[in-house]
Design a protein around this ligand. Structure first.
Ligand SMILES: [Zn+2]
Length: 71
């Protein structure tokens, strides 16, 4: 799993799902995988978020770009 140390732009094609902190240094990391086509996160994290909702669909954060597959 690719990660990045800073939050990717929401209109980018990078997933950017915020991962748990690194523990000892409490730095945040974000998912650096490309967004899945038609989704606002990569597939694993979209499924993770969606599994936690009532209707099984992850709500789209405002301003978030949708994966195009060209990212
Ligand atoms: Zn991701």
């Amino acid at each position: 799993m690719k990660t990045v140390p800073t939050e990717p732009a929401r209109d980018s094609q990078t997933c950017g799902y915020q991962l748990s902190t690194n523990g000892w240094d409490s730095r945040e990391t974000y998912c650096g995988e490309p967004k899945a086509v038609g989704l606002c996160y990569c597939r694993p994290y979209y499924d993770w978020v969606a599994a936690d909702t009532e209707d099984g669909t992850a709500r789209m954060p405002p301003g978030n770009a949708i994966g195009t597959g060209n990212g």
